[in-house]
Design a protein around this ligand. Structure first.
Ligand code: NAD
Length: 349
């Protein structure tokens, strides 16, 4: 059942890619006719970029106005992906690596890829990039996946913002990869995050990073500060987001940029999950669908337009968290979930 829906999903992706190629060709012809330059492209880009999305993701430093009105990113829950404003397709459900040891990370990545996950979220500061790289290599060596089918995210730590280029090289080395699908700045740090972001922009031009974004920017003004000082619009913002902290204000703000929200602590994070799992509304909805509370919360994230990256080193939980493509929350259930928002963060950073 799961395999079939994955195959149907793959067929959908292929159709989408063919459509994107046709669209890209048409864009290229019309751009050539107009004599336009194509700042956003790099020679090393191998993936399909969706014409105007790729064009719009690069702005002239100050020319915020020209970027504006972008459509809200739409999640395709048939394919389990979202098209980023960078033109790359990203899975909307992945596995998170926070607090996992190197060996736990290796095994969790391997199990996740075996289960059908294609998105992995790690960070330099988690100290497990090598383990993640080993898990990926094991899955590729066994023929479970190809590199280009996987989407790997890592984060640049704040201590490294003054030498972003070296931080990117270090992550590439540790992950044992030629390119990283998405790198994000781990935290807002006004004194030097623009420099770090510019290092990521340079790496995009060199083909070392495909998409770039941010994490832990909680105020629209702070997000805009960085956007105004840089060229490539962040593809994604990763913030603490769960039913008790739904990030509505930031999500509304991101719409103009076509930037997608990704939820960290999607299940509330270690030590807080039981509060969410035992929430009366979530438990009731879980019972109605014959699913666990974790699955209801994760399905809610996807239907609400949040990429979710639940963390786990438990093989059964990893599988359980991926089994959310065979049911749907009704509009009424989504409304009940929305009503749970308390604007309450569990973490203090
Ligand atoms: P989470 O909300 O995913 O919760 C993880 C906890 O839930 C763990 O204790 C795990 O054992 C448990 N769990 C997972 N699946 C379960 C299931 N099916 N049933 C019961 N328990 C289950 O929190 P997280 O892992 O901290 O966050 C997700 C990911 O987000 C991280 O792994 C990391 O990649 C990322 N993250 C980013 C930041 C940031 O600052 N950008 C901060 C924290 C986490």
């Amino acid at each position: 059942m799961r395999k079939e829906s994955r195959m149907a999903g793959k067929a959908g992706i292929i159709m989408k890619k063919i459509a994107a190629i046709v669209l890209s060709c048409m864009m290229c012809i019309s751009l050539a006719a107009c004599g336009s330059s194509d700042k956003g492209r790099t020679d090393t880009d191998t993936e399909i970029r969706s014409g105007d999305a790729a064009e719009n993701s690069v702005r002239d430093g100050s020319a915020m106005e020209t970027a504006d009105v972008k459509e809200e990113s739409s999640f395709n829950l048939e394919t389990g992906t979202v098209m980023l404003n960078s033109g790359y397709e990203m899975p909307v459900l992945g596995i998170g690596m926070f607090r996992l040891s190197q060996s736990e990370a290796e095994n969790s990545v391997y199990w996740a890829l075996s289960d059908g996950y294609r998105l992995i979220d790690t960070a330099k500061i988690y100290g497990n990039e090598e383990g993640v790289g080993k898990g990926i290599k094991r899955a590729i060596d066994e023929g479970l996946v190809k590199r280009e089918e996987i989407f790997v995210t890592t984060k640049m730590w704040t201590d490294d913002y003054d030498d972003g280029t070296e931080a990117i090289e270090a992550s590439l080395r540790k992950l044992n990869l030629d390119y990283i699908d998405l790198m994000i700045l781990h935290h807002s740090q006004p004194e030097n995050d623009v420099d770090a972001y510019k290092a990521m922009e340079k790496a995009v031009k060199e083909g070392k990073l495909k998409s770039i974004g941010l994490s832990n920017y909680y105020e629209p003004d702070d997000f805009d500060r960085l956007v105004k000082a840089t060229e490539i619009t962040p593809a994604l913002l990763q913030n603490e987001t769960h039913p008790y902290h739904q990030s509505m204000k930031m999500k509304e703000h991101l719409k103009q940029y076509g930037t997608v929200m990704e939820s960290w602590f999607p299940l509330g994070g270690r030590g807080n999950t039981q509060r969410l799992f035992e929430d009366e509304t979530i438990s009731e909805i879980a019972k109605a669908h014959g699913k666990t509370s974790a699955q209801i919360i994760l399905r809610w994230h996807l239907q609400a337009g949040n990429i979710a990256i639940p963390g786990s080193s438990n093989e059964d939980h990893i599988q359980e968290n991926y089994e959310i493509f065979d049911f749907e929350l009704t509009d009424e259930e989504m409304e009940r979930m929305t009503a749970l928002d308390k604007d309450e963060r569990f973490a203090s950073y």
